[in-house]
Design a protein around this ligand. Structure first.
Ligand code: NAD
Length: 364
């Protein structure tokens, strides 16, 4: 079995789906690893670091792959260069991508979108949403600290005492909790907010304060559900008042398969302190703030709104290490007696499968 990966082609992407450590692990299981030349270079893994790995040009890699691992989906035309029946594993961004799914099916491939894995205990070792969200949360807070006109920590100096910045993190999932932990390490006075009631304890366990706005919206599978119009109005009214106190807001709220909930209106931003800053981690799926422009920095009435994209790509070495480990753990699930034999009675296999030997299973 040949496990293959290409150099990622999405602009700004620096991660790689197979690291030297994971190549070694796959080799130890009797699998052959085949990479496009330079595949890991931008993540900090030049070809020399890979032992027992073959390198070739992209076309050759695609012609020989049995399992193709990717970080982000390659161009749809790439799938036609794989042999029929090949297995594709990665973040395949299945929502709103009918052309990609059609291309996978047309080549009679079997494709697994790792972002569709159920968030169960057994899936944790393969959970790319979690591993990459942790990187995103960490980086979002560093970007906030860098862009903030204030210090985060309290400083007592001969030139006076500097009070710590006040930071609010909206959405206390994996990214939000890592953002909170990072803000705390930098010494900011930190609060966290979420609509899932169980997040209170998680926020408090990081030494941050939970901001209670009295709106609770737990959904299924550990995710939040979308708020009703009334709940949203109540949330916004309560939040608007609190926002005036914060120097930095990092927002991470998301509902799977839906556009990001709009939580911060233009009027709420207008009520914030001059010099305040919003880092909208949800920019990729439309943003939690009405004023967010994906990939840009917007200035509005003295408040800056940043909408950074693909944050995990900015810490590519550790992000790749975690991602590749997730991929290999998932690949192990597909292997039986040295062959690729996915067991579709296993819910991790069944629920993450977009296309099975050309048949589209995704109903997103
Ligand atoms: P996510 O990226 O889908 O959403 C981020 C956060 O935004 C969530 O905490 C959500 O509750 C919150 N949110 C949604 N709408 C909101 C709104 N209107 N206002 C405020 N906050 C809002 O979430 P995630 O980080 O992927 O994690 C989702 C859940 O999955 C969590 O319960 C997490 O603990 C769980 N999880 C379980 C496992 C596991 O056991 N394998 C692994 C990872 C995550």
């Amino acid at each position: 079995i040949t496990v293959a990966a290409l150099r990622e082609t999405v602009a700004g992407e620096r991660r790689v789906a197979i690291t030297p450590e994971m190549a070694k692990k796959l080799g130890g299981k009797g699998l052959r690893v085949l990479l496009e030349r330079g595949a890991g270079a931008s993540a900090g893994f030049p070809d020399e670091l890979y032992a027992n790995t073959d390198f070739a040009a992209a076309g050759e890699v695609l012609a020989q792959a049995d399992l193709l691992a990717c970080v982000l989906p390659p161009a749809d035309a790439v799938f036609a260069q794989l042999r029929e029946g090949v297995v594709v594993v990665g973040q395949l961004r299945p929502y709103g991508a009918p052309a990609r799914i059609a291309a996978l099916a047309a080549r009679r491939l079997t494709a697994f979108a790792l972002e569709l894995l159920p968030r169960t205990t057994r899936a944790q070792a393969m959970d790319v949403l979690s591993s990459q969200a942790a990187v995103a949360g960490y980086r979002a807070m560093l970007i906030a600290a860098e862009a903030c006109p204030k210090f985060f920590p309290m400083l007592t100096t001969a030139a006076g005492t500097i009070r710590p910045s006040k930071v609010l993190v909206i959405g206390a999932g994996v990214a939000g909790l890592q953002a909170i932990a990072t803000a705390r390490r930098l010494g900011a006075q930190t609060e966290g907010y979420d609509v899932r009631p169980e997040t209170r304890e998680q926020v408090e366990s990081l030494g941050a304060k939970f901001l209670d706005l009295g709106v609770s919206a737990a959904g299924s599978g550990g995710y939040a559900r979308e708020l009703s119009a009334e709940e949203r109005a109540a949330q916004q009214q309560a939040l608007a008042e609190h926002l005036k106190a914060f120097d930095v807001v990092v927002s991470t709220a998301a509902v799977p398969g839906r556009p990001a909930p709009k939580i911060l209106s233009a009027a709420m931003v207008a009520g914030m302190k001059p010099g305040a800053l919003i880092v909208d981690l949800a920019a990729e799926s439309g943003g939690n703030c009405e004023l967010t422009r994906p990939g840009e920095r917007v200035e509005q009435g003295g408040v800056s709104i940043l909408g950074p994209l693909n944050l995990p790509a900015g810490a590519p070495l550790h992000a790749s290490e975690m991602y590749a480990r997730n991929v290999v753990n998932f690949a192990e699930l597909l292997l039986k007696d040295g062959a690729l034999q996915p067991d579709f009675d296993d819910e991790l296999v069944a629920k993450s499968c977009l296309v099975r030997a050309g048949e589209v299973l995704f109903r997103g």
